[in-house]
Design a protein around this ligand. Structure first.
Ligand code: C5P
Length: 220
């Protein structure tokens, strides 16, 4: 039997991570945060002294293919070091977006992502989960929220962590990242043809979770 997958794709700060992790928890499924793989790749590239750009594509892809990465109890370990905080900065998000536009890097991470598909099931969040990595997922969700709502949420998250940012700079960053993710030639951010669209601008997390679970029960 094939292992069930729910894919949740969408733009930056749309709340995919929160939604996907909670749906996974309620169903008792595994959870793949595919953005973390690109973030760790960007960080590992920086640490190797490589700018995240085309001239370093081959070397960064080699790094991605051999990432000494472990996910243990919600921690992200790179070579045994907890890099959870380092990969969550806005700069790391930008670097992730840059390395993720390199086709060789995307190709290098395909098998790793597919290996997360294990019984009893998987909830995977990212940009191309439904379009490229798990095109046979029985439920595909494309999550959106207005840029204003997304910037506002990210702002609150960062301020609560004591990180100083302005709403305007965040919104500009977010729009730059969205534009790059939507316009790249390999695996651009777009809804799968059979994706369910969910706009959570005016929804609570509980409401979005319930909607996804309801779709999932209907798909059974
Ligand atoms: O989702 P998150 O913000 O952690 O992702 C960081 C970056 O990684 C995104 O801006 C996007 O460019 C890239 N990404 C991707 N494909 C995925 C997940 C993330 O290209 N499946």
């Amino acid at each position: 039997a094939t292992v069930p997958v729910i894919s949740i794709d969408g733009p930056t700060a749309s709340g995919k991570g929160t939604l996907a992790a909670e749906v996974a928890r309620q169903l008792g499924y595994h959870y793949l945060d595919s953005g973390a793989l690109y973030r760790v790749t960007g960080l590992a590239a920086r640490r190797a002294g490589l700018e995240p750009n085309e001239s370093n594509e081959t070397e960064i892809a080699r790094i991605a293919l051999h990432l000494p990465l472990e996910f243990i109890r919600g921690q992200v370990l790179l070579d045994g070091e907890d890099v959870g905080d380092d990969i969550r900065t806005e700069a790391a998000g930008m670097d992730a977006s840059r390395v993720s536009a390199l086709p060789a890097v995307r190709a290098a991470l395909v098998d790793l992502q597919k290996r997360f598909r294990r019984l009893p099931g998987l909830v995977a969040d990212g940009r191309d989960m439904g379009t490229v990595i798990f095109p046979d997922a029985p439920l595909k969700v494309f999550l959106t929220a207005s840029a204003a709502h997304r910037a506002e949420r990210r702002y609150k998250q960062l301020i609560s962590k004591g990180i100083s940012v302005t709403l305007d700079s965040l919104r500009l960053d977010l729009e730059a990242r969205d534009a790059r993710d939507m316009n790249r030639s390999t695996a651009p951010l777009k809804p799968a043809e059979d994706a369910k669209l969910l706009d959570n601008s005016e929804q609570s997390v509980v409401q979005s979770v319930d909607q996804v679970l309801q779709w999932w029960h209907q798909a059974q």
